[in-house]
Design a protein around this ligand. Sequence first.
Ligand code: NDP
Length: 312
Amino acid sequence: MARQFYTKSGQLLKIGTGSGTKWQWLKKGRPDEEKAQLHNELVDNLLRTINCGYRHLDTAEVYTTQPEVAAAVKKSGIPREEFWITTKYFPGVSHQAALTKGPIEFVNKALKELETDYLDLLLIHHPFVTPGLKDYLSLGDLWKEVIELKKQGLVREIGVSNFAVPHLKEVFESAGSEEFYPVVNQIEFHPFLQNQSKGIVDFCKRHNILIEAYGPLSPLFRADEENENVATFKKFLSELSSKYDKTEAQILLRYTIQKGLLPITTSSNEERIKQSLEVYGFELDDSDVNQIDELGSKFKFRKFFNDQYAAG
Ligand code: NDP
């Protein structure tokens, strides 16, 4: 069974909702008035999601959405301990330097923006640290700061994102003991990308690292519709939708859960938000999960970190 986590109030961690990627680009370079509008739109969106029952909120330094998460949590009136809040330190990549000097400086800033005194989960956003960039730290040195934050009690759990096996081994070495190994690896995962990097899913399972799956709905709208393998896959998905009387998105999310991963999804549509949470009350037959694996593996699609993983 996949590793399980609980909110401080004792609720099992379930499917998460993101506030990622799109908002940072929307906000960039906009006049203050438009930024304020976007802020309100995201707060409303997150609040709607919370009101539908989500307690697992995913944000990151680079998304610039921590203040919106704080505002939505506050507006909901629900105690902080009932939420699970994940954020991610951005360590810089290719030509873009880190935004803060390291995880310790970042977390102190994040706690203020999130208006909380602890994080449920801190992740290193990606492993592609680049020597020569301002405030560069090796993965091993980054991890030492992360461990320090855990020791100080500012973060409950520590993990990584987009890490391949060699990156994880580097972090294990820096950690010294299993007590301080990462407990989560958040990666892109869906039937068209069943291993973001070579052997990563098995490796994480063997080391009791929960994999969080971002982009789990990609096959619905990001893949090349003209491709014959995509068409065959989608036909099967549609058959499963009829067989289980669930939407195609629910089938994909349920598939992710049965593979032992925890999905992180998003939607601006209330009906779809609700549906995505209703994936715990039914089960796909093993043969259907296997067939999704089989048909999905005939087409490869990667949305994020394409350049970095080009060789894989
Ligand atoms: P998904 O694959 O779940 O895609 C979400 C998109 O799917 C939304 O645009 C939504 O559009 C659409 N959608 C939702 N439900 C349905 C449906 N029933 N039918 C058709 N379309 C649907 O996940 P994301 O790629 O958005 O990633 C989720 C989160 O993961 C991010 O917000 C972020 O927090 C995290 N993430 C982390 C990364 C990392 O490097 N660690 C990288 C990328 C994401 P609509 O609003 O119209 O419903």
